[in-house]
Design a protein around this ligand. Structure first.
Ligand code: ADP
Ligand code: MG
Length: 182
C-alpha cells in the first residue's frame, strides 16, 4: 500500500502514435491500478513538436505527481511494463512511440545506475517536461543543481532553439488534473 507522506515522485508521460490522449489516459489508469502507486496530480496536456531528425507526429505530453511505496528500480520496471502493454516496441531511440514514461524526480534522491538516472538527465533541456512540471510543481528543487523547476524553465531559451510547446487542455477522463493556471 502507499503510505501517506512519501516523497513526491514526478513522471513524464508522452505519446505521438495512434490515439495519443487515449494512450496517456490508459497509462495513468494502469499506474493507478497498482496498489503501490497513487497518481496524485496530473498536469494539463501539452502539444509538442518532436525534437528529432526522424519525421513524426506531434507529441501530447503531461507530467504526473505520484505517491509510491516502490523503490526507484521497481517503479522503472512498472513504467516499462506499461510501455510494453501499450504497444511500445524497441525501435529507434528518438522515433515515434505509443507511450513514453520517464522518472523525472524521485523526491530528493539521486540514482546513477546504467539503467536508471534520477533526476532525469535531460529534463533541463526539455520544454515538454518543464512546461507541465512548472504547472504542478513550480517550487520543487532539483536535488543536484539546487534550482527550482521555475528557474529551470526560465533557463530553457538559453539551451538550443525553442521547440513549440503549447498548453492544449485537460487529459481526457482524468479527474484529478491540477487546477493551476501557469
Ligand atoms: P527518453 O525517454 O529519454 O527519450 P528512452 O525512453 O528511449 O529515452 O530511453 C529508455 C531507457 O532509458 C530505458 O531503457 C531506461 O532504462 C533508461 N532510463 C534511464 N533513466 C531513466 C529515467 N529516469 N526514466 C526512464 N527511463 C530511464
Ligand atoms: Mg523514456
Amino acid at each position: 500500500m502507499v503510505r501517506a507522506g512519501t516523497e513526491p515522485v514526478y513522471v513524464g508521460v508522452g505519446s505521438n502514435q495512434a490515439n495519443r490522449n487515449e494512450n496517456i489516459a490508459l497509462a495513468l489508469l494502469m499506474l493507478e491500478a497498482d496498489s503501490r502507486i497513487r497518481v496524485k496530480v496530473c498536469s494539463q496536456a501539452y502539444l509538442t513538436e518532436p525534437v528529432s531528425e526522424i519525421p513524426q507526429p506531434t507529441f501530447v505530453n503531461a507530467v504526473v505527481e505520484l505517491e509510491t511505496s516502490c523503490e526507484p528500480a521497481s517503479l522503472l520496471g512498472k513504467l516499462k511494463e506499461i510501455e510494453t502493454l501499450l504497444g511500445r516496441t524497441a525501435g529507434r531511440r528518438w522515433g515515434p512511440r505509443a507511450i513514453d514514461l520517464d522518472i523525472l524526480f524521485f523526491g530528493k534522491r539521486i540514482v546513477r545506475e546504467p539503467e536508471l538516472r534520477v533526476p532525469h538527465p535531460r529534463l533541463e533541456e526539455r520544454h515538454f517536461v518543464l512546461y507541465p512540471l512548472t504547472e504542478i510543481a513550480p517550487a520543487f528543487i532539483h536535488p543536484v543543481s539546487g534550482l527550482t523547476v521555475t528557474e529551470l524553465k526560465r533557463r530553457l531559451p538559453r539551451i538550443g532553439c525553442p521547440p513549440r510547446c503549447v498548453r492544449w487542455g485537460r487529459v481526457p477522463r482524468w479527474s484529478t488534473v491540477s487546477s493551476a493556471t501557469p
